[in-house]
Design a protein around this ligand. Structure first.
Ligand SMILES: [Zn+2]
Length: 486
């Protein structure tokens, strides 16, 4: 039979998630476990040799915890699960930090003073604070969510912090990415992340990865960390992090924001779902804008990021109830918090019963996230900002269609463009001249591609082009040509 060990019990099974045994009954399995992994004895059984009450045993869907089922012969391919109960009697040792590492940590007088307000909390105490210091946490993204997570985890005393981000600081980042300041403009985000961590506590081991997450590097970047905090802003990074974390057996504290709303969850922990179980596929490219496109209210990432940091600390210390199997949604505009149940999908291609994804390198993330042109699709042709500016200056006959929403146009009008929001394009295609070139523009050049594909599907036959990089890329050039901005 095949045995799955729930994450909280793994430290007693040499960190194994899956074990194979020739045993055919639960009784046989428990005897085998006790022989092979002597440490597991004290966590599974009490002093009378009875199974401890917080452990449940399942064979497939069937609850086999009760002793009268222990002699039932199971099929050779049976999937047996050792699951600690979440409610009630949680084992004391519920931390993701192994005891050996906690015991290797000590504090000097300054640290005892610095962390005094943690030490006085009964559930944290010296033991919990040692776990925090022993913890190795990877934070993906040093943007708005990352700003909150990095500061709180550094202040709380996490011993090793790795920050991964490939971006430089830009002026529009400063509205919510509070670890970066005006003097950090054009510096790598990981550089200001390092500064803030150094300023909080010089004893923290800080590791910077100024690089973009790809299938080729993700496993090397996160392997060996206790926890990944996902503070990214794009689907490709989220699936990459999720998949690599599941394959490496690392829990993920997930956070996401958009406009006034946010989500927080913990994936790949305690037999809960992974990101793919909950969101099996990303939305089509361009349909859901990122924060760079859709905006977000300034303190929202602080709220969501702080909850992520709090969840991360709870997993490290091993206290409280956590968000594995739950999705917290926050609506900051109407101030509503909702806690939804999310379930593991048995058919999940990554963490289900028959996983098909066995390595990140074998999976095409660009294709999955719609970042690659489909072969059967006719490629979308586009102009660079320079080419479009030149055509405008020459007075070339063409139609420019602005597919942004009205409030976006209020910030920045594009001169001489007709305005058709993306949702109205198909029914308003008769406003376009199929004899003439039509150029579609949006903020960053993603929705304009979606606009062209939408019209193609609706049967529009005229020549269509996309403004590469959108109005954001056009800004500097247009100033010199038109001066028609805001
Ligand atoms: Zn899954």
């Amino acid at each position: 039979m095949n045995v799955y060990i729930s994450a909280t019990l793994r430290s007693f099974f040499e960190k194994n998630a899956r074990l194979d045994t020739a045993a055919v009954t639960i009784k046989g399995l428990l005897e085998w476990l006790r022989d092979e992994y002597p440490d597991s004895g004290k966590i599974l059984f009490d002093e009378n040799g009875s199974l401890r009450s917080f452990v449940r045993i399942y064979a497939g869907e069937e609850d086999m915890t009760s002793q009268d089922k222990w002699d039932v012969e199971l099929p050779g391919n049976a999937e047996v699960l050792l699951l600690p109960a979440i409610a009630g009697g949680a084992p004391e040792n519920d931390s993701i930090i192994p005891d050996e590492r906690r015991k290797a940590v000590s504090f000097d007088d300054k640290e005892i003073e610095r962390f005094g307000r943690h030490l006085m909390l009964k559930d944290i105490g010296v033991k919990g604070q040692k776990r925090i210091k022993a913890a190795r946490v990877a934070i993906a993204g040093a943007g708005a969510l990352g700003s909150a997570v990095i500061q709180y985890l550094a202040a709380a005393g996490v011993g090793t912090i790795k920050v991964i981000d490939f971006d430089d600081v830009s002026l529009e980042n400063l509205q919510s990415q509070v670890i970066h300041t005006t003097r950090d403009l054009n510096r790598p985000k990981v550089a200001s992340a390092k500064d803030i961590v150094r300023n909080i506590n010089r004893n923290i081991v800080f590791e910077a990865e100024n690089t973009k997450l790809e299938a080729e590097n993700i496993v090397d970047i996160i392997d060996g960390y206790d926890l990944v905090v996902d503070c990214t802003d794009n689907y490709k990074a989220r699936y990459l992090i999720n998949d690599a974390a599941v394959l490496c057996g690392i829990p993920v504290v997930f956070g996401a924001i958009y406009q006034y709303e946010g989500q927080v969850s913990i994936f790949n922990y305690n037999n809960g779902p992974c990101f793919r179980c909950v969101f099996p596929a990303p939305p089509p490219q361009g349909l859901v804008p990122t924060c760079a496109e859709g905006g977000a209210i300034s303190p929202l990432p602080g709220i969501i990021g702080s909850i992520q940091a709090n969840e991360a600390l709870k997993l490290i210390i091993g206290i409280g109830e956590h968000l594995a199997g739950k999705l917290l949604t926050v609506d900051s505009l109407y101030l509503r918090f909702k806690l939804l149940d999310v379930k593991k999908d048995k058919a999940c291609p990554l963490c289900g019963a028959n996983p098909q994804i066995r390595g990140v390198q074998d999976f095409d993330y660009d294709d999955f996230c719609g970042l690659k042109q489909q072969e059967e699709e006719i490629p979308v042709e586009g102009f660079t900002p320079e080419e479009l500016a030149e055509r405008i200056e020459k007075g070339d006959p063409m139609t420019i269609v602005d597919v942004r929403e009205p409030h976006e146009r209020a910030i920045q009008r594009f001169p001489n463009a007709i305005v058709i929001p993306i949702g109205q394009l198909a029914r308003r295609q008769n406003e376009l001249d199929p004899e003439q070139d039509t150029i579609f523009i949006c903020k960053q050049g993603m929705r304009s591609i979606l606009a062209i594909n939408t019209l193609r599907e609706a049967g529009y036959k005229g020549p269509m082009y996309n403004l590469k990089g959108g109005i954001d890329a056009m800004k500097d050039i247009m100033f010199s040509h038109e001066g028609a901005w805001l």
